[in-house]
Design a protein around this ligand. Structure first.
Ligand code: FES
Ligand code: FES
Length: 380
């Protein structure tokens, strides 16, 4: 058991919890705050959405111990919030709920939309709500309720102010050198000791080309980065690289920019990339190491590329860092990268380099579809 101390709906709370207890269970079972609903427990449906340090999070995939020193606001904590009060009324008058199971999470998401956007069109509202699933309403009433409140807020901005949660200092994440200097981490600091507690992802793919050819194309950073969906190479030389990657995963967007060092072992056809980057949207920070090595296939005509990633994610996006979805997302990203690389090597996509696009919708859909099939015991 671990001692945790946090603020819940303006109240200081201390408790002993199992390290694996997620925040939704903690609120429901320990704090008797059952307004937070739990459905998928995979970070997919949005039913458990609440605010941590004023940022929406999926409380089913956030460990309670990760909330040490933070401010949690569940649906019960909005009683004196004028914007939430108005949204509740509008949900009722616009018939935006039936069974009400999705409603607490939906209201928290809706409040965020009303707070951030002044003139969203219907499509934008629907996009923003795409991380919250409702089995009953068909969404029409929900979208209408949000439109009504946004229109009202425009007419009387002073009357519908969201009340900020009680200010609580952010926790300090001491071990990270990148906090002091976002975007740059000396190679030596991302050593094996830093991997302790990091999330590890292992993937591999095989290309129908000999190792020497694959080694050459992977070492050509403009080509390799153009094959990685969402990536953009900014600067590079033999030992370092600067770039950015844009990720959109359902309702979640991130634009990580950072720098890394390169360490190549030509004889073993092995490369290690160590670095750090910061997401300009959520201010989340990631540091880590990506290592790949090439293994010759049969008769040296094919090559298997083994990739091992260790990373530590801090900030609002950390809630996703260990979920199974991230593993599957990384798998799809690797597949797309391998596919783009194979096309480039075959000459099918010769010509000027064009950055690979993120096929977000398809990727999210295929991950969810795979999940749903596996829940029902289907095989690929
Ligand atoms: S229960 Fe948390 S996202 Fe579905
Ligand atoms: S109102 Fe029933 S799931 Fe949304």
């Amino acid at each position: 058991m671990k001692q945790v101390s946090l603020t819940v709906n303006g109240r200081q709370v201390q408790a002993l919890v199992e390290p694996r207890t997620h925040l939704a269970d903690f609120l429901r079972d320990n704090q008797r705050l059952t307004g937070t609903h739990v459905a998928c427990e995979h970070g997919v449906c949005g039913a458990c959405t609440l605010l941590v340090d004023d940022q929406p999070v999926r409380s089913c995939i956030m460990y309670t111990v990760a909330c040490e020193g933070r401010t949690v606001r569940s649906i019960e904590g909005f009683a004196d919030d004028a914007l939430m009060t108005r949204l509740r009324e509008a949900f009722s008058s616009e018939h935006a709920l039936q069974c009400g199971f999705c409603t607490p999470g939906m209201l928290v998401a809706a409040r965020g939309i009303c707070q951030r956007l002044s003139e969203p069109d219907e499509q934008r509202i629907r996009d923003e709500l795409s991380g919250n699933l409702c089995r009953c309403t068909g969404y029409v009433g929900i979208v209408n309720a949000i439109k009504v409140v946004i229109a009202e807020k425009k007419r009387e901005p002073a009357g519908l102010q969201a009340k900020p949660p009680q200010a609580t200092p952010m926790p300090s994440f001491q071990p990270s050198a990148m906090l002091a200097q976002p975007g740059v981490v000396p190679a030596a600091s991302a050593n094996a000791a830093d991997r302790k507690g990091a999330t590890r992802i292992e993937k591999s793919f095989t290309l129908p080309y000999p190792p020497a050819a694959v080694w050459q194309v992977l070492g050509d950073l403009p080509i390799a980065s153009a094959c990685l969906p969402g990536a953009e190479l900014l600067e590079h030389d033999d030992r370092s690289v600067k770039g950015r990657i844009r990720i959109k995963f359902g309702p979640m967007s991130a634009a990580f920019a950072g720098a890394a060092s390169l360490e190549k072992n030509e004889a073993e056809m092995r490369t290690t990339i160590r670095g750090a980057s910061t997401d300009s949207i959520s201010n989340s920070r990631v540091r880590g190491e990506l290592a790949y090595r090439l293994l010759p296939g049969e008769e040296g005509r094919a090559t298997t590329v083994e990739v091992i990633v260790h990373y530590t994610l801090l900030g609002p996006l950390a809630q996703f860092s260990r979920s199974g979805l991230v593993q599957e997302f990384a798998g799809r990203l690797t597949q797309q990268f391998a596919h783009n690389l194979a096309e480039r090597m075959s000459g099918a996509s010769a010509g000027p380099l064009k950055a690979a696009e993120f096929k977000v919708g398809g990727m999210l859909f295929s991950i969810l579809w795979h999940r749903i099939r596996s829940w029902f015991g289907a095989r690929d």
